[in-house]
Write a protein that binds this ligand. Structure first.
Ligand code: ADP
Ligand code: MG
Length: 224
């Protein structure tokens, strides 16, 4: 009887997630459908505007689907030793332009000789990208994001410390709930996916935040 219970609880969780996904994808689809219908009979200047809106909504659907794909089963076969400093440097290159545009200074503090970690490097890069983007987006008035990498006793720690607007306690509790976002065009999947990837690596994921001071995300990954 107990096994059945667990099973039906899982089904409820799947049902809730499915309802959330369906909702998040239906909204942009409804918008796209509406614009496509009025597009042919619209004046040219409106056609350009509608096309842009359609493109924006399509990007939203694409982002949601891409992020959900990561929630699929971890592929342990793709785990290889990787140098996280190199991954972090790549992510900084990737997002430096966006950070500059928003007057966010990216500072790196890498301890020397941090051991390699057996991991899916692409997935960890995805986590680093999500966290860096969140930090930049949370710092609209400019500030600093410090990315730190260091060795603990039998693990490696990566910290993302921003001087952004911070997260009020009631919202902090909701972080990582599927589709929880405070952004106009957010998916509310970045933290959920990031946390899942770290858990798949047997690691830990912590968020600490204070309104007006900033947010620190800390990741601890075991050295196997
Ligand atoms: P999204 O970025 O699409 O909104 P996320 O799961 O990445 O989804 O983040 C969820 C929410 O958590 C954000 O909308 C924001 O309110 C909050 N958040 C995440 N990271 C930070 C941060 N570094 N500073 C302040 N708020 C953050
Ligand atoms: Mg995000």
């Amino acid at each position: 009887a107990q096994e059945r219970q667990v099973h039906s609880e899982k089904l409820v969780a799947v049902g809730e997630l499915a309802a959330g996904i369906a909702h998040e994808i239906r909204n942009p689809l409804t918008a796209i459908k509406g614009f496509v219908q009025i597009l042919p009979s619209s004046p040219p200047e409106k056609q350009i505007m509608y096309s842009k809106l359609i493109n924006g909504e399509l990007n939203r659907v694409e982002n949601i689907v891409n992020e959900l794909l990561v929630l699929a089963k971890p592929n342990v076969k793709q785990y290889k030793p990787a140098n996280l400093q190199a991954s972090l440097v790549e992510v900084v290159y990737l997002l430096e332009a966006q950070a500059n545009l928003q007057n966010v200074k990216l500072v790196t503090q890498f301890e020397e000789d941090v051991p390699e970690i057996v991991c899916n490097e692409n997935q960890l890069k995805q986590v680093f990208i999500n966290l860096t983007k969140n930090a930049i987006e949370a710092t609209p008035l400019g500030g600093t994001l410090t990315i730190q990498l260091c060795t603990l006793v039998d693990s490696v720690e990566i910290q993302f410390r921003d001087t952004g607007e911070g997260i009020p306690p009631d919202k902090l509790k909701q972080l990582g709930n599927p589709f929880f976002t405070t952004k106009e065009s957010g998916t509310g999947l970045g933290l959920l996916v990031s946390k899942r990837i770290i858990e798949n690596h047997q690691g830990s994921f912590y968020i600490d935040s204070q309104v007006g001071t900033g947010t620190t995300v800390r990741i601890v990954l075991p050295i196997k």
